[in-house]
Design a protein around this ligand. Sequence first.
Ligand SMILES: *Cc1c(COP(=O)(O)O)cnc(C)c1O
Length: 314
Amino acid sequence: MNLEMVYHAQENLSGILNQTPLLESQQLSRLSDNHVYLKSEHLQKSGSFKIRGAYNAVKAAVEKGAKLVVAASSGNHGQAVALAAKLLNIKAIIVIPENAATCKKDAITAYGGEIEYCGLTSSERIPRAIKIAKEKLGEFIPPYDHPLIIAGQATVGLEIIESLPETDAIIVPIGGGGLIAGVLTTIKALHPGIKVIGVEPELANDTYLSLKANERVEVNATKTIADGLRTTTPGDMTFPILQEHLDDLVLVSESEIKTAFKFVLERMKQLIEPSSATTIAALMHHKIDLKNKHVVCLVSGGNIDLDEINALIK
Ligand SMILES: *Cc1c(COP(=O)(O)O)cnc(C)c1O
């Protein structure tokens, strides 16, 4: 992973992405004694930053002659791979659990993806997706542990420092770690003084525990409302990047995530998903020790089942 790969990904993505705004929040600024901005990837194509890595990886597959890509995810990665394949005129098969929510299935089919059902857990889905890719001569696209995925996600870091050169700190949610590994690759190469701070839910603290233990630790499957952060262990490729460069990692509770979600919906009129609300929760609940700084919360996505909103705002 290096900066050259990030610039190459940026070139691949030019003309594809939405230029997502950095929304300034007076209230969050006042609350936290900083200048706070939201990098609004909930307004990105496919509804999350995941199109960045997915498009970069699918494009490389197409250049090698692939006519099919396969992913195992009913969430944002599945939607992003389906959309990337559609934009690049090839076929996508997305392997999802038998009990996936209707809205997620609908989103995948709306982007032109073909759905394949398999089991209930990712340990069943991933081998199935890899097998389908092998049998049909397609390419399996992993969600975070791949250099082209990390390089694609890294482009959001470039955009942040291009539009706000005075950035002092960036707060990033951590699932498998592809997003934050990408941001670290960009920021620590170009502006090592900018702090990059990770956030995990208390209920999905696998990276937190792994950093403490100095090796990848596996936690039990978790039910955090931040469904994009439910990975149970950090990536093989992403974890060393975090070990080398991460400035800090803070944890937020389920009720802190809900409070932040409600705040962003009510005050900022933005519909974001709970995984993204973690970064705002970290600031709102004073988990981060910064004062009078320019702080960017990376709002990673906005895909949420409307039925879930009630439970979040109650
Ligand atoms: C995937 C995802 C994350 C976590 O990204 P990783 O690369 O797995 O760390 C955070 N927020 C949203 C909305 C996501 O879809």
